[in-house]
Design a binder for this molecule. Structure first.
Ligand code: TXA
Ligand code: MG
Length: 324
């Protein structure tokens, strides 16, 4: 296979212990050699992330997880066959191969096989495991374009691979596969129902509290504008009330927008279906800040499928908004 020149450069950066931002179908990742403690220290410093927050380890193919885990239990095998490459992260018992820096000192590791071609090319050419959190500073909205990464990380990242906007737009679903039954630790790109279909059983959701997937804090999904969830029918009146108090107010909703919206309301570009809503969600949160909004009203889509992930992020954004 002929490698793209930028992929060859990215591999060189990783081998030297540098940081490479790369696209995945969920969000852009900030990658480093997962087996280099020095590279991991730099990664955590640039992210501004506490050392006890584990990062996800990315490999090119499902078979490549073996050296990094103690075992691949049957539920993990099923999920890997169904969803890898794709927006799924599995938490498995780790082997001795990875340094503690990756796992925050835990005896488990989160693993993922991303689907975006340039990410797989990078992982194949590098030939090892790439540790990568989302390519944003700690507490900021995840990037879904190369420009988002550059705006947030600037010169602190050695190289940014540009694969265009991310197809899914929200992070991977994290499933803990270390017990007898799978448990979802973070909603994401793979809907819960799809996981239950593959496993043939209901799957518990344990996304609240900080013990399960440390780092999924409310403020992580909040822009500077205060996010408020609103019912479609109440949106116009709510907007009018806020505008009357002098606030700069925006609205994010599926198309078509509700009728009778007040003048002066900043209507953000509307996604036309739930998949597009997920894909553009983080861009719209950034748009709200670029427009200098004080308040962003959001009419969430129905909570089926990936709608549940959107609602999860919006609820966290609302809870983590300024002044709360
Ligand atoms: O879509 C994604 O998953 C993106 C792309 C770049 O792969 N990555 C991402 O990474 O969202 P990050 O670091 O922003 O979020 C990783 C989450 C954190 O909440 C962390 O606590 C959890 O994964 N995690 C990682 N390893 C874990 C483990 N061993 N046990 C429990 N949670 C883990
Ligand atoms: Mg993140």
């Amino acid at each position: 296979m002929i490698e793209r020149p930028e992929v060859a450069r990215a591999v060189a950066v990783l081998r030297e212990g540098g940081l490479v931002a790369f696209p995945t179908e969920t969000v852009y990742g900030l990658g480093c050699d997962a087996e280099s403690p020095a590279a991991l220290r730099r990664l955590f410093a640039v992210k501004g992330r506490p050392a006890d927050h584990p990062v996800i380890v990315h490999v090119a193919d499902a078979g490549d997880v073996e050296p990094f885990v103690a075992e691949v239990p049957p539920i993990a095998r099923l999920l890997g066959e169904a969803f890898w490459p794709g927006p799924l992260t599995m938490v498995l018992q780790r082997s001795e191969r990875l340094p503690d820096g990756v796992t925050g000192g835990r005896d488990t590791v989160g693993l993922r096989v991303p689907e975006t071609p340039i990410a797989r090319e990078l992982l194949r050419a590098f030939g090892g495991a790439v540790a990568a959190p989302s390519a944003n500073r700690f507490g900021k909205v995840s990037p879904t374009t190369a420009a988002d990464v550059r705006a947030d990380l600037g010169a602190d990242v050695d190289l940014v691979l540009d694969g265009g906007p991310c197809r899914v737009g929200v992070e991977s679903t994290i499933v803990d596969c270390t017990g007898t039954a799978a448990v979802i630790l973070r909603l994401g790109g793979v809907p819960r129902a799809a996981i239950e279909d593959v496993l043939g059983a209901p799957v518990e959701l344990r996304t609240a509290g900080e013990t399960a997937a440390p780092g999924t804090l409310p403020g992580h999904y909040a822009p500077s504008a205060r996010v408020m969830l609103v019912d479609r029918r109440a949106a116009a009146a709510r907007a009018a009330g806020l505008l009357a108090s002098g606030a700069r107010v925006g609205l994010l909703t599926l198309a078509p927008a509700p009728p009778d919206l007040p003048g002066g309301l900043h209507l953000l570009d509307q996604p036309s279906d739930v998949d597009e809503f997920a894909r553009v969600l983080y861009t719209r949160l950034r748009d709200a800040d670029r427009a200098g909004l004080d308040v962003l009203l959001v009419v969430p889509p129905s909570s089926d499928g990936i709608g549940a992930t959107i609602l999860d992020r919006l609820t966290r954004a609302a809870a983590g908004s300024p002044d709360r």
